[in-house]
Design a protein. Structure first.
Length: 245
């Protein structure tokens, strides 16, 4: 079969020209949508992009399919997408229906359990997003908002915003990572190993402050021994910080 393909140079040329045409055509359509990168795409825009890619790839691979059978559906999808975009600009209810609304994941250093469960956004996902923004302690966050395109926007508390300590001529102190110790009432062994703690050490810390492991929703400790704890909703979702160093 491999050699049979090369016995039909006209067929190969047709495949080449179809691929070039559809590639340029799809690129033009995607540029007309005004989106420059995947992170900018709303869910509907991403769905449209995937369908366009599928339509184009089918037409490239199968020369028995007329090009118009791909070009027309792609143009139709583009026109529908543009119509929806115009409606979203004019009518906020349409935008909420198509794109959804931003969700607050952290409010004044407190993880919003109910919202995180509703959006299927885990604590680990949130910590990853914070670290990507050079924030290693939940307690430094005033607001963390899950945007409609899936990115997380973060506003730090005033005390942690610029200017930094060095610019003010203050003692900078030490920089220390925070490690997850407890998640939904369960000890996280990876955090214990990193901080060289045992489960009994953590339980002793909790007991010292009158807390029970089963009532802890989230707890992390940094390298300086500062412990950040948030209790679960049954315990009225309190947030506490203790220095154990």
């Amino acid at each position: 079969m491999f050699f049979a393909v090369f016995t039909h140079p006209f067929h190969m040329l047709t495949l080449f020209l179809r691929a070039v045409f559809l590639d340029l055509f799809v690129l033009l359509i995607l540029r007309l949508t005004g989106k420059r990168q995947v992170s900018d795409l709303q869910p509907y825009d991403l769905l449209m992009t995937l369908i366009i890619a599928d339509l184009a790839s089918t037409a490239i691979a199968d020369t028995d399919i007329p090009l118009l059978y791909s070009v027309v559906p792609i143009l139709a999808l583009y026109l529908v997408q543009q119509a929806i975009a115009k409606l979203c600009l004019k009518f906020s209810p349409v935008r909420r229906l198509v794109c959804g609304t931003p969700q607050i994941l952290i409010l004044d250093g407190v993880l919003q359990e109910k919202i995180m469960r509703r959006t299927n956004y885990t604590v680990r996902d949130l910590l990853d997003s914070l670290r990507s923004k050079d924030i290693f302690d939940v307690g430094e966050v005033a607001y963390a908002i899950l945007e409609t395109n899936g990115t997380v926007s973060v506003l730090e508390k005033a005390a942690f915003q610029q200017p930094n300590k060095r610019e003010l001529g203050l003692e900078p102190g030490s920089a220390a990572l925070s490690h997850l110790l407890i998640l939904e009432g369960r000890i996280q062994k990876s955090g214990l190993e990193t901080l060289h703690l045992s489960q009994s050490d953590v339980e002793a810390m909790l007991k010292k402050h009158g807390l029970a492991l089963r009532n802890i929703f989230f707890a992390q400790m940094n390298g300086d021994g500062e412990l950040h704890i948030q209790t679960d909703r049954k315990d009225r979702s309190r947030v506490m910080r203790f220095s154990e160093g």
